[in-house]
Design a protein around this ligand. Sequence first.
Ligand code: ADP
Ligand code: TPP
Ligand code: MG
Length: 321
Amino acid sequence: MSEFSLIYQHFQHCTRNNPLTQVGIGDDCAISSMPSDCELVSCIDTLVAGRHFPLSTSAYAIGYKSVAVNLSDLAAMGATPYAILLGISLPAKLAQDDWLKPFAQGIADICNRFDVELIGGDTTQSNTLTISVTALGFVPTGQAITRGGAKVGDIICVSGEIGSASFALQQILNAEKSEQHDIALQQIALQPTLDLPVAQVELGQKLRGFAHSMIDISDGLGQDLGHILTASQVGAVVDLASIPTHPRLQALPNTEKWQHQLNGGDDYQLCFTMSEQNFVKFNQQFSDKIFAIGKIVTENGLRLTYNNQPIEFSITGYQHF
Ligand SMILES: Nc1ncnc2c1ncn2[C@@H]1O[C@H](COP(=O)(O)OP(=O)(O)O)[C@@H](O)[C@H]1O
Ligand SMILES: Cc1ncc(C[n+]2csc(CCOP(=O)(O)OP(=O)(O)O)c2C)c(N)n1
Ligand SMILES: [Mg+2]
């Protein structure tokens, strides 16, 4: 299949047109109008086969997740997503309909769910499958939620269960090593949390005007909350028993569970801080579940407690190098 027929067949019309787009796929650049009174919010995340997703991951999930992790970054700023650009470096053996069709379907499903248009990209051949997605969104001027706004006294919240994706990944990596890996790979608990993360786009927007700081959890709650603390020059106390946890994880020994939750990553939940007053107001105004897990304090660093006892736990987070 030629590079151009691949693009036209699988990507040119896979998402719905957004009225802001003046020129989409097919020219040297896309051209978009800016909505009035808004700021542009942009990010890029790259996914490399065997590093960001197991080699056994389906083409559909690879497409879906490549977009979801970027929409999660936009969500973490309180932005409304608008469009993506898709860079694909593809081994020659995958440049065929059997792989491209479900891959493009994964991209299309998550884009169409959030009214995001695929407006351009780039396609090359490479020995290692690598997907790089740039996402663009908008936020009303001055209202983006950054990592740097946490205030002493704020409640620290997360948007949902933490650690499930890391638990699923551990089972998959073990199964890939086993002799009967085809059978083992059919029995992974919580696999959708790893493969098809739910970008918290609507919640992120609702938190504008409520949250003082926000980040999405990609590298592990410990490290990512640490980014808020550093940027805001504050500290935190987190109660490990308050972290929302799936029953399958709850059944693990504490240290294994906390390893998945604090250092695992791949959660793509939001972690944010807000005043106690705003916490009460948010819960009165919206039915979205948000979970208080700790407090922002003056003393720098992250302190962990469990049943009111201090806990020592090494925060490593996901490290590329
Ligand atoms: N190669 C790079 N060139 C320029 N900026 C980069 C590069 N890699 C990462 N960044 C920037 O560094 C910051 C932290 O990146 P990262 O840890 O990847 O954030 P996230 O977890 O939100 O994806 C972001 O502002 C990102 O844009
Ligand atoms: C095969 C495989 N190994 C390990 C992981 C775990 N993992 C890889 S990258 C990563 C962190 C997120 O990736 P990164 O490139 O740091 O994204 P960013 O923080 O920039 O959003 C995690 C938890 C995985 N998902 N798949
Ligand atoms: Mg990144």
